[in-house]
Write a protein that binds this ligand. Structure first.
Ligand code: NAD
Ligand code: MG
Length: 389
């Protein structure tokens, strides 16, 4: 039987790679629902024309009206803030691909898991904001959360080599981003176009900035904690500029198991969609001999304090990772709008976390409440910062 999918964030970088995987395996999938914000309307219309989903969900109402006129007969259109949630719980959908960027992905992911639908998760922010809530919900409904993030897909595979109690630690690899070798004394002069030029991956703007600050690796540390049930102190980061080894598991006997592939998101996406199977494909093969050397370096925590900040937030209480994430989203937006210098992104997260008193997160409303609190606090911090200049 064909898998019946909802793809949320269809017009993004992960969305496009996911559609590429579907095109490689037309006999395996039916794309029942697609969702997007609505900012790339022509692209969305082309996706709808090609895949003929039964439901199209567009958050932006004006974009939805414009798209509505071009919709093929029989397709249903929903719009507004609840649109992606409706796509996630569509009765004809078995599995939801969560490829929205940011905490905006949390309500649809929560709804999918509550409805017992498996989630292939690229939207790491939802696990960062509400990790305990989502993993407990999935356990109670029997829904699976399978990662799409390449590091976590690597860990998911490497963890098949042994039992949980035999794991010593997880080692996330990090490319180091575009500023790995840049003098930190010049970080204040970093321009947006420099930060948007990632050395090894082509991705959406927000995660590309997160990769330059290494906040992305902090988010991934928290994501790993919830996906694999392992304390943050046992998740480490190793810089690997070639991005071919996607992560490692170190076992109690001193063995390491790694996973490698060409650095293209079609590999982890196919893994997530095929799991628990593994499918043949005609994707490009890894030609390791062409690379010669693979490098591994320690993370310079003084230059990139964001991983330590994320680990401390995770240890300090359940709401603190939500605050870490919300403050980061506001600061990254401000950097992309050229309202904030590069080093002030991580300074903003730190300042907002310092004002935060961590609490348990018992419901979706509480998780969204902490996200909103962090955004307000970050905006206040940015306003005070620009006044003092
Ligand atoms: P992107 O910016 O390219 O695409 C984002 C998608 O989400 C678009 O379809 C957009 O319409 C939709 N969207 C944006 N804001 C929305 C909102 N407020 N409400 C509803 N929909 C909204 O982002 P991306 O690079 O594809 O990343 C998506 C997610 O996958 C992120 O969580 C990112 O961290 C994660 N991820 C991405 C990559 C990658 O290679 N791009 C790798 C690993 C993980
Ligand atoms: Mg990743």
């Amino acid at each position: 039987m064909r898998q019946r999918l909802a793809l949320l964030g269809a017009t993004g970088s992960i969305g496009r790679s996911c559609l590429e995987v579907l095109r490689h395996h037309p006999e395996r999938f039916e794309l029942v629902a697609v969702g997007a914000l609505g900012s790339r309307l022509e692209e969305l219309a082309a996706i709808v024309a090609e895949f003929r989903p039964r439901l199209v969900a567009v958050v932006d109402e004006a974009a939805a009206r414009a798209l509505g006129r071009a919709l093929p007969a029989g397709a249903e259109l929903v719009s507004g803030p609840d649109a992606l949630r409706l796509a996630a719980i569509h009765p004809g959908v078995d599995r939801v691909v969560a490829a929205v960027v940011g905490a905006a992905g949390l309500p649809p992911v929560h709804a999918a898991l509550a409805a017992g639908k498996d989630v292939a998760l690229a939207n790491k922010e939802s696990l960062v904001v509400a990790g305990r809530l989502l993993t407990e919900l999935a356990a109670s409904t029997g829904a699976a959360i399978v990662p799409i993030d390449s590091e976590h897909v690597a860990l998911h595979q490497a963890l098949r080599a042994g039992r949980p109690e035999e794991v010593r630690r997880l080692v996330l690899t990090a490319s180091g981003g575009p500023f790995l070798h840049r003098d930190p004394a010049t970080f204040a002069a970093i321009r947006k176009d420099e930060a948007l030029r990632h050395p090894t991956w082509s991705m959406g703007a927000k995660i590309t900035i997160d990769s330059a600050t290494l906040v992305n690796k902090g988010l991934e540390l928290i994501e790993a904690r919830w996906l694999f049930g392992i304390a943050g102190e046992r998740v480490d980061v190793l810089v690997h500029p070639q991005s071919l080894v996607h992560s490692f598991v170190e076992w109690v006997d001193g063995s390491w198991i790694a996973q490698l592939s060409v650095n293209d998101m079609i590999f982890p996406i196919q893994y997530a969609l095929a799991w628990p199977e593994r499918w043949e494909n005609e994707f490009p093969r890894l030609a390791l001999a062409e690379f010669g050397a693979l490098e591994f370096l320690p993370l310079d925590e003084a230059k990139f304090p964001s991983v330590a900040l994320a680990r401390a937030a995770l240890a300090s209480g359940e709401s603190a990772p939500a605050v870490f994430n919300g403050a980061n989203e506001v600061a990254v937006r401000a950097f992309l709008d050229e309202r904030l210098p590069f080093p002030a992104i991580v300074d903003t997260i730190r300042a907002v976390l310092e004002r935060h008193d961590p609490h348990p997160v018992g419901s979706l409303e509480e998780a969204l409440g902490w996200d909103a609190w962090a955004r307000r606090a970050a905006e206040q911090h940015l306003a005070a910062r620009s006044l003092s200049r």
